[in-house]
Design a protein around this ligand. Structure first.
Ligand code: AMP
Ligand code: MG
Length: 479
């Protein structure tokens, strides 16, 4: 069985200054941990062929399939607000692009594939922990309906990676509608390379927003996509953790699963990332940060908008200002659905806030409270059930307003409030077991997360909140 991939590499046709061409660095002994067979088939790849030594060689970077044009992309970025003119793929190599069964173009990238000219002080490698974490969370996000990069495969390298200690090395084969970030635009803007900006903008429009007209159309489309994305995150209690501009995808996908986390007990100021000392990327700050990132994108495109700088700024600002109403609308729509509401009414924002404020005051589990609303068991999630009951009275009054029965509302809410999310303590348990050679918890968690709105009875434990001693409060980039 030979591995056939029909590459069509549009990024590699952009000028040389967009990337560095280089092949992955081979590894000692590739071992398959997980292959996403459904995704492989969607991409026109034969899962059986991917499992052969030839397939494994490709997934680990040991051999290049025909038609691959491997490269590391150049980009810059603001990290925690501080400017870095040169980041780039320091440990990821794009093999090429394929067209999937949906007719769209997808990148196949190997993360942890060895050093590149953009590695700075890093080793170009990844260890098993973050590879499994990204596999679990990105596939869970996909199953939840959130735009995201995907995981095609996780492969161990048979080599050690040194962080604070020696850890098993691994490579993640990642799939994305592109890997173009706000930071990609910033890279060229910082170099005043207007020609590259024009080419990049055309490339992004063709790839992500074919309806968009010109640079302003691109900004508007990216702003809308980002507003919807962040509203979706908020509705699931998801905290990205490193919303740097180099991790802001221009097509509106969730990218870069470093110290991200789904909240257990709800609080708007919740932060998990060990490096986020000041809570810049706290749960409730995410919409503001997304606007800031979009403003950076807009500022890069100014030279393409109008000759007159003031006119360009005015038009770009107006495009970025569309974030707030787009976000508000998407946020309210998501949370109305979580409450099982079918219509819009004055006071809905207050109703939603009323529930969240009670949850925050009592440390109620975010996912379980909303699932409980759908299952009729929410009161039990509140240490003081009267807090739920007082809110539920308002909720029932609101349901009466649209003539909906509670049973109907709950049935609708069941479709959007997940029973199971990738909880931090479960991810950590899966990683610890995998490092000790047992992949069963990782595989089980993945399987349960593939159908987050329907919990099999044998997976009940995965829907439970962590016991106090199990709760994980800090997450690490842990590259
Ligand atoms: P991240 O925090 O994962 O978004 O990465 C920020 C930057 O650091 C990117 O340019 C990465 O390619 C680079 N980077 C992260 N880990 C490594 C590593 N182990 N070796 C080389 N570069 C890395
Ligand atoms: Mg990154």
């Amino acid at each position: 069985m030979t591995l056939q991939i029909r590459f069509d590499n549009s990024y590699a046709r952009l000028p040389d200054r967009f990337y560095a061409r280089l092949a992955p660095t081979p590894v000692a002994a590739p071992g398959l941990v997980a292959l996403n067979e459904g995704l492989a088939r969607d991409l026109g790849l034969d899962p059986a062929a991917l499992k052969t030594p030839e397939g494994l060689a490709m997934l680990s970077g040991n051999a290049l399939p025909e038609g691959a044009e491997p490269l590391a992309q150049a980009y810059a970025g603001h990290q925690f607000g501080g400017w870095n003119p040169q980041l780039g793929d320091g440990r990821a190599i794009l093999l090429g692009e394929v067209r999937a069964s949906d007719g769209k173009r997808y990148d196949i990238q190997l993360k942890g594939a060895g050093p590149t000219p953009f590695s700075r002080r890093g080793d170009g490698r990844a260890w098993l922990g973050p590879v499994l974490r990204e596999y679990i969370v990105s596939e869970a996000m996909h199953a939840l309906g959130v735009p995201t990069t995907r995981a095609l495969a996780a492969v161990t390298t048979g080599e050690e990676v040194f962080r604070e200690t020696a850890l098993p090395g691994a490579v993640l084969a990642r799939v994305a509608s592109s890997h173009i970030r706000v930071g990609t635009f910033q890279f060229f803007a910082a170099r005043q390379d207007t020609e590259a900006l024009r080419l990049l903008a055309e490339h992004v429009i063709a790839r992500h927003y074919p309806q968009a007209e010109g640079p302003l159309g691109l900004i508007r489309a990216a702003v809308t996509a980002q507003a919807r994305l962040v509203a979706h995150w908020m509705s699931l209690g998801f905290i990205h953790g490193v919303m740097n501009t180099d991790n802001a995808h221009v097509g509106g996908e969730t990218i870069d699963y470093g110290p991200c986390a789904f909240m257990d007990d709800y609080h708007p100021s919740r932060v998990f990332s060990s490096i986020d000392q000041y809570g810049r990327y706290a749960y409730a700050n995410q919409p503001q940060i997304a606007v800031w990132n979009m403003a950076q994108l807009a500022s890069c495109l100014l030279p393409l908008i109008a000759e007159d700088r003031n006119a360009a700024i005015e038009a770009a600002s107006e495009a970025v200002d569309a974030f707030a109403p787009a976000y508000e609308g998407a946020y309210l729509a998501r949370f109305r659905a979580k409450l099982g509401l079918a219509t819009e009414a004055e006071g809905d924002a207050e109703l939603i806030e009323g529930l969240l404020a009670r949850m925050a005051a009592l440390g109620v589990d975010f996912t379980r409270a909303f699932r409980g609303l759908a299952e009729g068991t929410a009161a039990a999630e509140f240490p003081d059930p009267s807090a739920w009951e007082s809110w539920a009275a308002d909720w029932r009054a609101r349901l009466a307003l649209e003539g909906r029965t509670e049973a109907d509302a709950r049935a609708a809410a069941l479709q959007v409030n997940p029973a199971v999310i990738p909880r931090n303590h479960r991810i950590e348990q899966a990683i610890n077991a995998a490092v000790a050679g047992d992949y069963a918890p990782f595989l089980r968690l993945n399987r349960a997360l593939a159908t987050p709105f329907a919990l099999a009875p044998e997976n009940r434990d995965l829907a439970a909140a962590p016991a106090p001693e199990e709760a994980v409060r800090r997450t690490f980039c842990g590259t």
